[in-house]
Write a protein that binds this ligand. Structure first.
Ligand SMILES: [Cu+2]
Length: 472
């Protein structure tokens, strides 16, 4: 027998051993992942430590490699990872201190690392054509001169980004500053990455786009329907939608309010008390949840009102197991950073149309698909830009508009003021079918080429991306 056939046989034997049990459990639980809800603990992604620190800079090593990760209990799934972790390790940066990450690509595919929401030079932005080829390395420099914010890093290699992100290449990057003083911190400051995945009967990742109904397992920090034991006090939850296409509408099962304190680019100018927070792919929201009025033993489920099944609705169960002192506080609006005046009078206006083209089967921006040799917009540095983004999609897709380099402001949505949660700094904004959203941004600090694109990342991979060049 050939070696290859032995492998096949081994795999088959493994599969026959595994399959009936899994099927039985799946039948018993009715869940696509075959495990009972809230039986696996939440994982918190590891925080990466710098290998070297100087007066102004923290230096890190990250290796992009395949790793076998336990997503479903008792079996492993081969993923693309940063340092073997899924989600990738969290980088905790301090405003004003530079971070340099030496990224080594030990994956079978070319990669590019984009720090989503960051204000960085073009050669560290992870442009889709600025690749780290297999077996090579690159240094990314992040100055961290922006406000404290929940950013995330993920793959951006041209035509490969959607699959590589789906296979695991995403992690948190948190910048902190003094405005956050008094907020829940340390073990009460929890990053939560939400996404879905499609696993076959042997727990292997299936990537195909579109994939109607296939991505039916929803993960929180890489775990399906985890539980999380909390103290009866306030928590800061950093919600990130890292799904390729799926949207989430978060709410608590006891009807309690969420207090939203931050959007994509940092703290809001005023906190927003709301029963629901909606996030489309790549968007972030930070919320304070207060468990202090709940009795020990109380259980509260974080739900997704957009979910189509139990596994997609009931995301995470908080279980109040202990008392704890709490000196944290929710900032008053006076303590939150103000937004600078816009100065709209001198703005340059541009139009962007986002739409699927059913005839060509292309996802387009202004009727075109991405061409790295074409510059769509030449933008003058420091000039205020107002972009009117229209979704004219004939099929009725929503598109989620993301611009590199900047944090922008949402001026209006269909001519009306944006909802309170969108009144701070944003780098990604949903434009629903038929909607028009106006955004204002100023391209400061750097010159060079950056991209803007739909962050339903399967659409970006399929061409829904443009290029801008900042000039002096
Ligand atoms: Cu899109």
């Amino acid at each position: 027998m050939k070696r290859r056939d032995l492998f096949k046989l081994g795999a088959l034997t493994g599969a026959t051993l595994l399959l009936p049990a899994q099927r039985l459990v799946a039948a018993a639980t009715g869940q696509p992942h075959g495990i009972a809800a809230f039986t696996v603990p939440l994982r918190i992604p590891p925080v990466l430590h710098p290998y070297r620190r100087t007066l102004h800079t923290d230096f890190y090593h990250v290796t992009q490699r395949e790793a076998d990760v336990e997503i479903l209990p008792g079996t492993t799934t081969r993923l693309y990872t940063y340092n073997g972790a899924f989600p990738g390790p969290t980088i905790r940066a301090v405003r004003g201190r530079q971070v340099v990450i030496h990224q080594t690509n030990a994956l079978p595919v070319h990669t590019s690392v984009h720090l989503h929401g960051a204000h960085v030079a073009p050669d560290s932005d992870g442009h889709p054509t600025d690749l780290i080829h297999t077996g090579h390395s690159k240094d990314y420099r992040y100055p961290n001169t922006q406000l404290a914010a929940t950013l995330w890093y993920h793959d951006h290699a041209h035509h490969g980004e959607a699959e590589s992100v789906f296979r695991g290449l995403a992690g948190f990057y948190l910048i902190r500053d003094l405005y956050e003083h008094g907020l829940p911190s340390g073990k009460y400051d929890i990053p939560l990455m939400f996404r879905d995945i499609h696993l076959d009967e042997r727990a292997r990742v299936v990537y195909q786009a579109p994939d109607p109904g296939g991505r039916n397992i929803v993960l929180v920090n890489g775990v399906p329907q985890p539980f999380f034991r909390v103290a009866a006090r306030k928590y800061r939850l950093r919600l990130l939608n890292a799904a390729n296409d799926r949207a989430f509408k978060f709410a608590l099962s006891n009807g309690a309010n969420l207090v939203q304190i931050a959007s994509d680019g940092g703290l809001l100018p005023a906190t927003v008390t709301t029963p629901v927070v909606e996030l489309w792919p790549a968007e972030r929201a930070e919320v304070i949840v207060d468990f202090s009025r709940l009795p020990i033993g109380a259980k509260v489920v974080l739900r997704n009102q957009f979910g189509e099944s139990d596994a997609a609705v009931n995301l995470l169960r908080f279980e109040v197991t202990r008392r704890a002192s709490d000196h944290s506080r929710i900032p008053t609006d006076r303590e939150l950073p103000d937004l600078p005046p816009l100065g709209l009078r001198n703005a340059v206006h541009r139009d962007v149309t986002v739409a699927f083209d059913p005839a060509q089967r292309h996802f387009t921006l202004n009727g075109k698909t991405f061409d790295p040799d074409r510059v769509d917009f030449t933008v003058r540095q420091n000039q205020l830009e107002v972009w009117t983004v229209r979704n004219t999609d004939p099929v009725g897709f929503a598109h989620n508009f993301h611009v590199h380099l900047v944090q922008f402001r949402v001026l209006d949505r269909n001519g009306a003021p944006p909802p309170p949660g969108e009144r701070g700094w944003k780098d990604t904004v949903t434009v629903g079918p038929g909607q028009t959203v106006r955004i204002a941004s100023r391209f400061t600090g750097y010159t060079g080429r950056y991209v803007f694109h739909c962050h339903l990342i399967d659409h970006a991979t399929a061409g829904m991306m443009g290029q801008l060049e900042v000039v002096r």
